[in-house]
Design a protein around this ligand. Sequence first.
Ligand SMILES: Cc1cc2nc3c(=O)[nH]c(=O)nc-3n(C[C@H](O)[C@H](O)[C@H](O)COP(=O)(O)OP(=O)(O)OC[C@H]3O[C@@H](n4cnc5c(N)ncnc54)[C@H](O)[C@@H]3O)c2cc1C
Length: 456
Amino acid sequence: MRDAAIIGGGISGLAAALAVSGLGHRVTLFESDTQLGGLGTTFPWRDTHLERFYHCLLPNDDSLLERVRELGLESQLLWRKTHMGFMYQRRTWPLNTPRDLLTFGPLSIFERLRMGVLGIRVKRAGLAGDLDDISAEEWIRSHVGARVFEILWKPLLSAKIGDQYGSIPALWLSSRMNREKCAGPEFKGCLRGGYRSLIVAFAMALCRRGVTIRLGMRAEAIEQLPTGRMGVRVAGHDAFAFDYVISTSPLIHFQSMTRTLPIPTSVRDLQLDYQGVMSGVFLTRKPFTPYYWMPWVDSDTTAQGSIEMSNLVPLERSRGLHVNYLVNYTHRSSELFSLESDTMLARYRRDIEQLYPEPAATIEEAFLFRAPFVEPIWTTGYARQVPPTSVIPGRLYLACTAQVYPRVNSWNSCCALVDEMIPRLAEEVAGIAPRPTTRQTPHDEPTPGAVPARQP
Ligand SMILES: Cc1cc2nc3c(=O)[nH]c(=O)nc-3n(C[C@H](O)[C@H](O)[C@H](O)COP(=O)(O)OP(=O)(O)OC[C@H]3O[C@@H](n4cnc5c(N)ncnc54)[C@H](O)[C@@H]3O)c2cc1C
């Protein structure tokens, strides 16, 4: 039997752990947080849990939906037609159908028609490789002109990538639009019990397969042991020894954990920064709007937009209150990111008071969350740089958001990446030398039990 270590208990780590435990390997999962779920984690609220960051499923999330079925949660899926609004100078425009586009006031008739043509071009272009070498900004400007870019696209891009939107390739944009908008009306899905029910179902399935889950344990380094096996070093412990390791932590962390290993320079030296996010969760008795999501453009707000989760998720989940997320995608080094939570919440509250005075008067509670490593900031030509999942064949694997490109960063893309990695991993791991039976170095034994395994 092979011993596998998985670093990270977000969706990538959970999907990887489920897959390799299915190969019959003995798995230990290290998660630095005290709960599983990564960016999909929740916070306790009243007698339930709410998501820190808004999350939904899409009908074409095939790999994720496969997990939902495998874990017995299919009957918990709810689908709803959702709508997008676009706020421009404090006026809201629906932006869902060709008719909406034709009546979209901020643009001239000619610009609206050009936008319509762009939609058709995006659908046709799909994931054409040459879009990787041109920036989304350049591509959009060339098709719809500078003014449309400034009014509509720049805010949409910066609402996702922040002020580094200029580097994003057109391929990413095309991939995103084809995922969300080009498949007819916008349908989104959720689970009756929230993302937490999926995380719990993963955890239970892993426990049934004998996976050891070590919460609150941050892997600091991955090393090669004298016997050729792999060591995972955690602060305050001897290295834990394994036949192979799968890391799912962001690329930046992976690179710093593997400094002593002979990994390809294409992985070691790849520069990929990440955008962070601030998320204000406001619980109100009244809704803001009927829209699921809406960028707030040129409207003198701190937030880049809102996601009104209760236009997707039934109100019973939040005990009759409306769950609204106000967001800012911003770099971890930005001034905004370092603001105190109370300051940020006060700014968000002011936004709501100015835009939606009535619902603002019904705010019952508010919470702020932030995450520093969320959205890889893709740059043109990235398709040629995507790191391989097999970093040291048979010994070291990487499955993280840095590799989902040109797919969008999502739970589905993470599951799809694991699906692609597993067949090769199974073959390569089967080929590595079996564990030595001779006397081993003190560091070359796993130390299960040295730290009590904590289950979620
Ligand atoms: C605001 C927001 C909205 C989003 N909306 C959606 C959506 O609607 N639909 C969707 O599908 N996706 C959405 N996403 C994207 C989705 O959350 C990510 O694609 C996904 O969570 C990435 O999963 P991951 O496991 O690769 O990484 P993460 O979720 O970041 O998990 C990595 C885990 O590894 C742990 N870890 C890292 N380093 C170490 C270490 N050295 N040792 C031990 N543990 C470590 C971390 O603590 C973390 O738990 C959203 C994200 C955000 C922030």
